[in-house]
Design a binder for this molecule. Structure first.
Ligand SMILES: Nc1ncnc2c1ncn2[C@@H]1O[C@H](COP(=O)(O)OS(=O)(=O)O)[C@@H](OP(=O)(O)O)[C@H]1O
Ligand SMILES: [Mg+2]
Ligand SMILES: [Mg+2]
Ligand SMILES: [Mg+2]
Length: 356
């Protein structure tokens, strides 16, 4: 099934992300997060596995012919009965409170074995042709573990171009005009309500709405904040120093005359925050290690920021190219800013990185 205006794709993506965030919230508010170390030494939790299972199940029900690129695989769950059982409990018990919405997503997964097979359906190689969904079931798993920001991320690419993007950010304020903070605040989060869903369709603008337990809330249009003086800008960057060169970001900020401290937050919550004008710039500068970014870490955020009036490129001013497979093979870093100031920011980025 498909629609030329992507309205149905957006609706299913919003409901699927909303349902998956309910599962992640349950885990976030539990002490035991069932953390395992992956082969690359990064963490994965029962929340990541469970959210991926629920999202893929919803996509398969609605768009059975589409391909899926998802971050996680079921291998570790197949080998660990205890963790598998915990994920299954979560998946089995997570439902939208709205019966019609739950039905639209295809309802419950039938068995633990079916759940493992569903998780492994996210193994597409990606690429430049056809309809491919990109899923990051929990982006910012380290933030999720330390009680910070995280995001449930879903995007649809068609022939390598992102058409639909959704970000569920359970620990960001619902209010688009609330100022950015690094701490999520004692009352910013709960196991059910709160949090925000960002979304965009290519050519149709970007929106936010409160995350709910059941039916979708009404959307509000979001736009980036106009910047009259770049030195007043607030920039967002990663928490993990290994993910982005914070020394380079500081030098670039200095060059732009920015004196405010950066706001460090995990996950694509950074893209959502600048898209609604709570921050202005997102700098993710290549580190010395030869890390290649993954498409699921950027696809939804890239579209949401561009549809809110921004420009997103890499550090060499190239648009992010999602047609290269599971990774952004031809890009280095990310520079996101309102469209009119982006050239100015890139100039500073190139001057600082070029002089190294
Ligand atoms: N070395 C290195 N360099 C750059 N990026 C890396 C690196 N290692 C991991 N990752 C990816 O970073 C994703 C989280 O990005 P964040 O911006 O949230 O980072 S941070 O936690 O705020 O520092 C994180 O996404 P999740 O695994 O979904 O959490 C990783 O895909
Ligand atoms: Mg990620
Ligand atoms: Mg992840
Ligand atoms: Mg990860």
């Amino acid at each position: 099934m498909s629609s030329p205006d992507y309205a149905q794709e957006l609706r299913i993506a919003l409901l699927a992300v909303q349902r998956a965030t309910l599962l992640t919230k349950t885990v976030f508010h539990n002490n035991a997060k069932g953390t395992l170390d992956k082969a690359d030494a990064s963490p994965v939790t029962i929340g990541d596995f469970g959210a991926q299972a629920l999202i893929i199940s919803a996509l398969q029900h609605n768009f059975p012919n589409d391909e899926i690129v998802a971050e996680e695989e079921a291998k570790d769950l197949r080998e660990n009965e205890r963790v598998r059982a915990t994920v299954w409990e979560l998946v089995k018990n997570t439902k939208l409170s709205d019966a019609a919405g739950e039905k639209e997503l295809g309802g419950a997964i039938q068995s633990p074995e079916a759940m493992l097979d569903i998780i492994d359906k996210g193994d597409s190689k990606g690429g430049r042709s056809g309809r491919i969904w990109a899923i990051d079931p929990i982006d910012g798993t380290k933030g999720f573990l330390r009680g910070g920001q995280y995001a449930v991320c879903l995007a649809l690419m068609v022939d390598g171009d992102v058409k639909v993007g959704v970000l569920g950010c359970p620990n960001l304020p619902v209010n688009d005009s609330e100022p950015l903070t690094e701490d999520i605040g004692a009352d910013a989060t709960d196991a059910e309500g709160k949090g925000v869903l960002f979304s965009a369709i290519l050519g149709q603008g970007a929106a936010s709405r409160p995350l709910q337990k059941g039916a979708l809330a009404d959307p509000s249009k979001i736009t980036m904040k106009p910047i009259t003086n770049i030195s007043d800008a607030t920039f967002c960057e990663s928490v993990e120093a290994g993910h982005s060169s914070q020394g380079d970001a500081a030098a670039i900020a200095k060059k732009l005359g920015i004196t405010k401290n950066s706001v460090r937050m995990d996950s694509q919550a950074k893209y959502g925050s600048i898209a609604r004008g709570a921050g202005d710039l997102y700098l993710r500068l290549p580190t010395s290690k030869s890390y290649v970014e993954k498409i699921w870490d950027h696809a939804a955020g890239d579209l949401i920021v561009r549809e809110a009036g921004g420009q997103v490129t890499d550090a060499e001013n190239k648009r992010l190219d999602f047609s290269q497979g599971r990774r952004l093979e031809v890009n280095k870093g990310v520079v996101a800013a309102p469209k009119d100031v982006h050239p100015h920011v890139i100039e500073a980025v190139m001057s600082v990185l070029g002089s190294k």
